[in-house]
Ligand binder design. Structure first.
Ligand SMILES: CC(C)(COP(=O)(O)OP(=O)(O)OC[C@H]1O[C@@H](n2cnc3c(N)ncnc32)[C@H](O)[C@@H]1OP(=O)(O)O)[C@@H](O)C(=O)NCCC(=O)NCCSC(=O)C[C@H](O)C(=O)O
Ligand code: MG
Length: 365
């Protein structure tokens, strides 16, 4: 275990100082593209400015024969795309490297950091099993940053895709000051857990609770009864939210593979938003708008939150006391929730003019 005094010291001579806080940059949609796919790569410049994060995916969904082309394609994009990546950019540049036990992960990092380390904001690491995986990436990044002369640390994001990773979730989140967040990897996680599903994220019609029968007679048991589909991912997302909040980092949903079902996609994203996630992955251009809508607080919620803040301020501004608003009691605890909402809205509005206009109109109206 590292001593508390060493925790914020660089892990290599000449590497940038690790961050003491992870900036809350907008990251509602982490849009995945395959840099070896010319059609997808061609769309990247037009997406800059309108999506919070563009992620060059090097891992699953990229064919083995294209691994080198994907890495080189990402270098080309990172070096030549105006406005993409870096601390001031509206659109961050992330990558998902190959798994640490694969033949490609080492070359991914040793190629990308010298070539585009100055614009690369976050490295997403798949199939993280425990703190040891983060420690390995942490040290290697420090060495590569020092060698490349970078002046800011690249952050690390872990995907939860194994039962061991979920069991070690708190130690993963706290393994390095570089840890930026966690995403759910529902497809790999389902396989590792031996869940009996075949989907990439989302619900399952068989995972349900049925209304009690009117009586224990055979007729009533076989009668039609309401069923309520449950969320397969609730437990894991809730664990992620708590572990991330405890460590001051950010939880994200992950992939929703049924690209055609935009309605269920929105529902699944909203569940994650309500539980505390700050964003999700987008696999197809049409999922970007869904993610941006869901992970931005609604105009109605922001308007209500502002009213609570104003009512509690009128009471003295120190959070003590209680008021009635629309028949409901508001106090310090609801004020704190409302401040989460208002602060998120302000942060998003600062980089999203459309949203800024909507929130401003609600304030005036
Ligand atoms: C899912 C797709 C294979 C669908 O592609 P396609 O059939 O080409 O869709 P469309 O014909 O509707 O595409 C319309 C045009 O848009 C371009 N396109 C498609 N997707 C993207 C994209 N992500 N970024 C940019 N541009 C995109 C198409 O090229 C078409 O262009 P044009 O012909 O010029 O009009 C495809 O969307 C895709 O591969 N998406 C990414 C998949 C991915 O990244 N998967 C990995 C993440 S999920 C995962 O790994 C699981 C996880 O780890 C876990 O364990 O749970
Ligand atoms: Mg996966």
């Amino acid at each position: 275990m590292r001593s508390a005094k060493d925790f914020f010291r660089p892990l290599a001579v000449g590497a940038p100082t690790p961050p003491t806080e992870i900036p809350a940059r907008p990251s509602r949609a982490i849009h995945f593209f395959d840099p070896s796919n010319p059609k997808m790569a061609a769309k990247v410049p037009d997406m800059v400015g309108s999506v919070d994060v563009l992620l060059g995916n090097l891992e699953d969904a990229v064919k083995a024969d294209n691994k080198v082309a994907a890495r080189e394609g990402l270098v080309e994009i990172g070096q030549n795309t105006e406005g993409l990546g870096g601390p001031e950019a509206q659109t961050q540049l992330w990558t998902r490297i190959n798994a640490l036990d694969s033949p490609w992960a080492l070359d991914d990092l040793t190629t990308l950091i010298p070539a585009i380390g100055h614009t690369l904001d976050v490295v997403m690491v798949p199939k993280v099993q425990g703190a040891e995986d983060i420690h390995y990436v942490d040290r290697l990044l420090a060495q590569l940053e020092a060698k490349a002369g970078l002046d800011r640390p690249i952050l690390v994001h872990a995907i939860l895709e194994t039962a061991r990773g979920v069991a070690n979730i708190e130690e993963i989140c706290g393994a390095s000051p570089r840890m930026q967040g966690l995403s759910l990897g529902p497809a790999d996680l389902a396989a590792d857990r031996r869940m009996k599903t075949t989907r990439v994220g989302g619900g399952h019609p068989g995972y349900l609770v049925r209304q009690d029968p009117a009586s224990s007679s055979e007729a009533d048991i076989n009668a039609s009864r309401s069923v309520f589909q449950q969320d397969l991912w609730h437990y894991t997302i809730a664990r992620m939210v708590d572990a991330c909040a405890m460590h001051g980092i950010y939880p994200y949903y992950g992939p929703f593979g049924d690209i055609a079902d935009v309605v269920a996609c929105e529902d699944q994203f909203r569940n994650a938003f309500l539980l505390g996630c700050v964003g999700t992955w987008s696999l197809h251009p049409k999922q970007i708008a869904i993610a941006k809508k869901v992970f931005s607080p609604s105009v109605e919620d922001v308007a209500h939150a502002r009213r609570v803040v104003a009512a509690m301020s009128a009471l003295g501004g120190d959070g003590t006391g209680a008021v009635m608003l629309d028949g409901k009691m508001e106090d310090d605890a609801s004020l704190k929730q409302c401040l989460v909402m208002v602060e998120l809205a302000e942060r998003l509005a600062a980089t999203d003019p459309e949203l800024a206009e909507l929130y401003a109109a609600a304030e005036e109206g």
